[in-house]
Design a protein around this ligand. Sequence first.
Ligand code: G6P
Ligand code: MG
Length: 225
Amino acid sequence: MLKGFVFDLDGVITDTARFHYQAWSKIAQDDMGITINPSVNEQLKGVSRMDSLNVILKFGQRENDFTEAEKEALATKKNDYYVQLISNMTPADILPGIQAFLDQLKAEGYQMSLASASKNAPRILNGLQLTNYFDQIVDPASLHAGKPDPEIFAKGATLLGLKPTEAVGLEDAFAGIQSINGAGEFSVGIGDPAILNEADLNFTSTAEISLDQIKTAFATWAAKQ
Ligand code: G6P
Ligand code: MG
């Protein structure tokens, strides 16, 4: 029986990828002499702060040029700038269709948790005024491995007291869909179905999300589990 929903944040609830990109672009340019581009940005989605830095250093062929302490300082500097950029987020930054979807889930008594790799997730939910919708938030600092490892989505369900087969996971990144599937939950992809081709159900954008369609597809899927 469907009892709860585990949400990714960036690209599902709001679009913070542009702020991550802006902050990393500046730090990469100013402090590492690396010019990043949108295709590097794609590789940063869903990836932790330190792993993002490593992706950028590898792209710039500078992976051996900084000590761990210097890398910590670069990550902190990026975050300080990023926090400035997200400090003015408001409910106007919620992606289309999401507020209505969350209201419907709440009205129908579903539990909700957040499975984001971002340590800034609580701050972002506050700005969006969505904190009260979420019964649990997975603490990314508590994880051993990031997406595509199943751990974060598995935790998103267990924190709600749910079995994997009672939960739906929502993601816009391929690595996130792999995490949901690996956790044994029903996966809903938001975005290009050719990219998210392992999702159990796909919507091309948040504006298309339909709880009725999820319920129908979930029932068919659950019968086979
Ligand atoms: C999300 C974003 C990533 C980001 C990660 C960590 O998963 O998609 O681009 O690197 O969170 O975010 P943080 O706010 O902790 O630096
Ligand atoms: Mg995402």
